[in-house]
Write a protein that binds this ligand. Structure first.
Ligand code: BGC
Length: 247
Protein backbone atom coordinates (compact mmCIF):
# COMPACT_ATOMS: atom_id res chain seq x y z
CA UNK A 1 0.00 0.00 0.00
CA UNK A 2 1.21 3.52 -0.88
CA UNK A 3 0.49 6.64 1.21
CA UNK A 4 1.80 10.17 0.70
CA UNK A 5 3.33 11.46 3.94
CA UNK A 6 3.62 15.23 4.43
CA UNK A 7 5.33 16.96 7.34
CA UNK A 8 4.31 20.60 7.78
CA UNK A 9 6.89 22.57 9.75
CA UNK A 10 7.24 26.21 10.71
CA UNK A 11 10.04 26.60 8.12
CA UNK A 12 9.57 23.85 5.53
CA UNK A 13 6.99 21.42 4.20
CA UNK A 14 8.37 18.01 3.25
CA UNK A 15 6.71 15.05 1.66
CA UNK A 16 7.29 11.69 -0.02
CA UNK A 17 5.32 8.59 -0.94
CA UNK A 18 5.77 5.83 1.65
CA UNK A 19 5.24 2.12 1.13
CA UNK A 20 3.65 -0.15 3.77
CA UNK A 21 4.22 -2.40 5.61
CA UNK A 22 7.93 -1.63 5.06
CA UNK A 23 7.66 2.08 5.95
CA UNK A 24 10.20 2.86 3.20
CA UNK A 25 10.08 6.11 1.28
CA UNK A 26 9.59 5.38 -2.42
CA UNK A 27 11.28 8.59 -3.65
CA UNK A 28 13.56 11.36 -2.49
CA UNK A 29 11.46 13.74 -0.39
CA UNK A 30 10.38 17.10 -1.80
CA UNK A 31 11.09 20.11 0.42
CA UNK A 32 9.15 23.34 -0.14
CA UNK A 33 9.37 26.47 2.01
CA UNK A 34 6.48 27.11 4.40
CA UNK A 35 4.61 30.15 3.03
CA UNK A 36 4.69 33.24 5.23
CA UNK A 37 2.14 33.89 6.58
CA UNK A 38 1.20 30.21 6.69
CA UNK A 39 -2.56 30.67 6.28
CA UNK A 40 -4.86 27.72 5.48
CA UNK A 41 -5.11 28.90 1.86
CA UNK A 42 -1.35 29.35 1.35
CA UNK A 43 -0.47 26.00 2.96
CA UNK A 44 -3.15 24.24 0.87
CA UNK A 45 -1.49 25.56 -2.31
CA UNK A 46 1.80 23.94 -1.21
CA UNK A 47 0.01 20.65 -0.45
CA UNK A 48 -1.54 20.71 -3.96
CA UNK A 49 1.92 21.30 -5.44
CA UNK A 50 3.30 18.37 -3.48
CA UNK A 51 0.57 16.05 -4.78
CA UNK A 52 1.15 17.21 -8.36
CA UNK A 53 4.91 16.71 -8.04
CA UNK A 54 4.47 13.05 -7.06
CA UNK A 55 1.41 12.63 -9.36
CA UNK A 56 -0.16 11.05 -6.33
CA UNK A 57 -3.68 9.63 -6.12
CA UNK A 58 -4.34 7.86 -2.84
CA UNK A 59 -4.54 8.45 0.91
CA UNK A 60 -2.49 11.32 2.34
CA UNK A 61 -1.25 11.64 5.94
CA UNK A 62 -0.13 14.99 7.32
CA UNK A 63 1.85 15.98 10.42
CA UNK A 64 0.78 19.45 11.56
CA UNK A 65 2.65 21.60 14.12
CA UNK A 66 -0.22 22.06 16.58
CA UNK A 67 -2.90 20.30 18.59
CA UNK A 68 -5.17 18.26 16.29
CA UNK A 69 -8.35 16.54 17.45
CA UNK A 70 -10.29 14.61 14.80
CA UNK A 71 -8.76 16.84 12.13
CA UNK A 72 -9.62 20.09 13.90
CA UNK A 73 -6.73 22.45 14.70
CA UNK A 74 -6.57 23.46 18.38
CA UNK A 75 -3.32 25.48 18.33
CA UNK A 76 -0.80 26.58 15.69
CA UNK A 77 2.06 28.31 17.53
CA UNK A 78 4.37 28.60 14.48
CA UNK A 79 1.80 28.95 11.67
CA UNK A 80 -0.96 31.51 11.05
CA UNK A 81 -3.52 31.66 13.88
CA UNK A 82 -6.20 31.52 11.14
CA UNK A 83 -5.85 27.74 11.42
CA UNK A 84 -7.31 27.57 14.91
CA UNK A 85 -10.76 25.98 14.94
CA UNK A 86 -10.54 24.87 11.27
CA UNK A 87 -10.91 21.28 10.14
CA UNK A 88 -7.60 20.61 8.35
CA UNK A 89 -8.72 17.16 7.13
CA UNK A 90 -11.65 18.74 5.31
CA UNK A 91 -9.73 21.75 3.94
CA UNK A 92 -7.14 19.50 2.27
CA UNK A 93 -9.70 16.94 1.13
CA UNK A 94 -11.88 19.57 -0.51
CA UNK A 95 -8.92 21.11 -2.35
CA UNK A 96 -7.47 17.83 -3.63
CA UNK A 97 -10.36 15.30 -3.63
CA UNK A 98 -8.08 12.83 -1.84
CA UNK A 99 -8.65 11.24 1.59
CA UNK A 100 -6.60 13.05 4.27
CA UNK A 101 -5.72 12.38 7.86
CA UNK A 102 -3.97 15.14 9.81
CA UNK A 103 -2.31 14.54 13.20
CA UNK A 104 0.21 16.43 15.35
CA UNK A 105 3.69 16.45 13.75
CA UNK A 106 5.60 15.18 16.81
CA UNK A 107 3.01 12.43 17.34
CA UNK A 108 3.66 11.44 13.71
CA UNK A 109 7.44 11.34 14.22
CA UNK A 110 6.89 9.29 17.38
CA UNK A 111 4.73 6.73 15.58
CA UNK A 112 7.53 6.16 13.06
CA UNK A 113 10.32 5.95 15.65
CA UNK A 114 8.35 3.51 17.82
CA UNK A 115 7.45 1.26 14.88
CA UNK A 116 10.61 1.45 12.75
CA UNK A 117 13.29 3.38 14.62
CA UNK A 118 14.89 4.05 17.99
CA UNK A 119 11.86 3.00 20.06
CA UNK A 120 11.25 -0.30 18.33
CA UNK A 121 12.40 -2.54 21.18
CA UNK A 122 11.07 -0.48 24.10
CA UNK A 123 7.87 -1.80 25.70
CA UNK A 124 7.63 0.74 28.54
CA UNK A 125 7.07 4.50 28.43
CA UNK A 126 8.77 6.33 25.58
CA UNK A 127 9.00 10.11 25.15
CA UNK A 128 10.08 11.56 21.81
CA UNK A 129 11.10 15.20 21.75
CA UNK A 130 11.57 16.97 18.41
CA UNK A 131 13.81 20.02 18.36
CA UNK A 132 13.08 22.21 15.34
CA UNK A 133 11.34 25.55 14.78
CA UNK A 134 9.37 24.63 17.92
CA UNK A 135 9.63 21.75 20.37
CA UNK A 136 7.24 18.85 19.88
CA UNK A 137 6.55 15.81 22.03
CA UNK A 138 5.05 12.35 21.67
CA UNK A 139 4.40 10.07 24.66
CA UNK A 140 3.81 6.32 24.33
CA UNK A 141 3.22 3.61 26.83
CA UNK A 142 3.31 -0.05 25.73
CA UNK A 143 3.32 1.23 22.16
CA UNK A 144 0.13 3.28 22.58
CA UNK A 145 0.28 7.02 21.85
CA UNK A 146 -1.18 9.64 24.17
CA UNK A 147 -1.75 12.36 21.54
CA UNK A 148 -1.22 16.14 21.75
CA UNK A 149 1.00 16.22 24.85
CA UNK A 150 2.60 19.59 23.85
CA UNK A 151 5.55 19.31 26.26
CA UNK A 152 7.40 21.93 24.21
CA UNK A 153 5.38 24.62 25.92
CA UNK A 154 6.37 23.68 29.45
CA UNK A 155 7.78 26.68 31.31
CA UNK A 156 11.55 26.75 31.55
CA UNK A 157 13.04 29.64 33.57
CA UNK A 158 9.64 31.31 33.34
CA UNK A 159 9.54 31.12 29.51
CA UNK A 160 7.93 28.83 26.99
CA UNK A 161 10.58 26.06 26.71
CA UNK A 162 10.56 26.10 22.89
CA UNK A 163 11.65 29.74 22.93
CA UNK A 164 14.92 28.85 24.66
CA UNK A 165 15.67 25.20 23.80
CA UNK A 166 14.47 24.68 20.19
CA UNK A 167 16.90 24.38 17.28
CA UNK A 168 15.55 27.72 16.05
CA UNK A 169 16.50 29.39 19.37
CA UNK A 170 20.10 28.20 18.85
CA UNK A 171 20.23 29.67 15.36
CA UNK A 172 18.48 32.86 16.32
CA UNK A 173 20.85 33.64 19.20
CA UNK A 174 23.85 32.15 17.41
CA UNK A 175 24.61 29.98 20.49
CA UNK A 176 27.38 27.41 20.36
CA UNK A 177 26.30 23.75 20.45
CA UNK A 178 27.62 23.61 24.02
CA UNK A 179 25.66 26.61 25.24
CA UNK A 180 22.48 25.39 23.59
CA UNK A 181 22.93 21.82 24.84
CA UNK A 182 22.89 23.15 28.43
CA UNK A 183 19.38 24.51 27.83
CA UNK A 184 18.32 21.27 26.18
CA UNK A 185 19.66 19.40 29.23
CA UNK A 186 17.61 21.54 31.61
CA UNK A 187 14.60 20.90 29.45
CA UNK A 188 15.14 17.12 29.27
CA UNK A 189 15.58 17.02 33.08
CA UNK A 190 12.22 18.78 33.43
CA UNK A 191 10.48 16.32 31.09
CA UNK A 192 12.13 13.40 32.91
CA UNK A 193 10.92 14.67 36.29
CA UNK A 194 7.32 14.83 35.04
CA UNK A 195 7.02 11.61 33.05
CA UNK A 196 9.79 9.29 34.35
CA UNK A 197 9.98 7.44 31.03
CA UNK A 198 12.02 4.32 30.22
CA UNK A 199 13.45 5.86 27.06
CA UNK A 200 13.78 9.34 25.60
CA UNK A 201 14.31 9.83 21.86
CA UNK A 202 15.47 13.18 20.55
CA UNK A 203 14.51 14.02 16.98
CA UNK A 204 14.30 16.87 14.50
CA UNK A 205 16.93 18.02 11.99
CA UNK A 206 19.54 18.39 14.76
CA UNK A 207 19.38 14.64 15.52
CA UNK A 208 21.61 14.12 12.48
CA UNK A 209 24.41 15.92 14.33
CA UNK A 210 23.66 14.49 17.76
CA UNK A 211 27.33 13.76 18.52
CA UNK A 212 27.87 17.52 18.75
CA UNK A 213 25.39 18.08 21.55
CA UNK A 214 23.59 15.01 22.86
CA UNK A 215 26.44 13.85 25.17
CA UNK A 216 26.17 17.19 27.06
CA UNK A 217 22.40 17.44 26.81
CA UNK A 218 21.83 14.00 28.34
CA UNK A 219 24.45 14.25 31.11
CA UNK A 220 23.06 13.41 34.57
CA UNK A 221 19.73 12.10 33.30
CA UNK A 222 18.56 8.79 34.79
CA UNK A 223 16.76 7.92 31.56
CA UNK A 224 18.44 6.48 28.49
CA UNK A 225 18.48 9.21 25.81
CA UNK A 226 19.06 8.30 22.15
CA UNK A 227 18.88 10.22 18.86
CA UNK A 228 16.06 9.46 16.45
CA UNK A 229 17.00 6.77 13.94
CA UNK A 230 14.93 8.06 11.05
CA UNK A 231 16.25 11.59 11.66
CA UNK A 232 14.02 14.16 10.08
CA UNK A 233 12.26 11.59 7.89
CA UNK A 234 10.31 10.25 10.87
CA UNK A 235 7.78 13.07 10.38
CA UNK A 236 7.02 11.99 6.79
CA UNK A 237 6.86 8.26 7.51
CA UNK A 238 4.76 8.78 10.66
CA UNK A 239 2.35 11.12 8.88
CA UNK A 240 1.85 8.43 6.25
CA UNK A 241 1.27 5.88 9.04
CA UNK A 242 -1.62 7.99 10.35
CA UNK A 243 -3.44 7.65 7.02
CA UNK A 244 -2.37 4.02 6.55
CA UNK A 245 -3.94 2.93 9.83
CA UNK A 246 -7.25 4.52 8.89
CA UNK A 247 -7.89 2.38 5.81
C1 BGC B 1 3.56 23.05 18.61
C2 BGC B 1 3.48 21.55 18.62
C3 BGC B 1 4.45 20.97 17.61
C4 BGC B 1 5.85 21.53 17.83
C5 BGC B 1 6.82 21.05 16.78
C6 BGC B 1 4.99 23.50 18.81
O1 BGC B 1 5.05 24.89 18.75
O2 BGC B 1 2.74 23.60 19.64
O3 BGC B 1 2.18 21.11 18.34
O4 BGC B 1 4.46 19.58 17.72
O5 BGC B 1 5.82 22.95 17.81
O6 BGC B 1 6.46 21.46 15.52
Amino acid sequence: MKVLGIDIGGTGIKGAPVEFPSGHMLAEHLHLPTPQPATPRAVTVVIQRMIRHFQFAGPVGVGFPGVIRNGVVGTAANLSSDWVGKNADQIFKRATRLPFRVINDADAAGLAEVRYGAGKKEKGTVVLITLGTGIGSAVFTRGVLIPNTELGHLPLHGKDAEKTASAKAREKHDWSWKKWSKRVREYLLLVESLINPDLMIVGGGVSRRSEKWLPYASKGLRTKVVPAKLYNEAGIVGAAMAAESRR
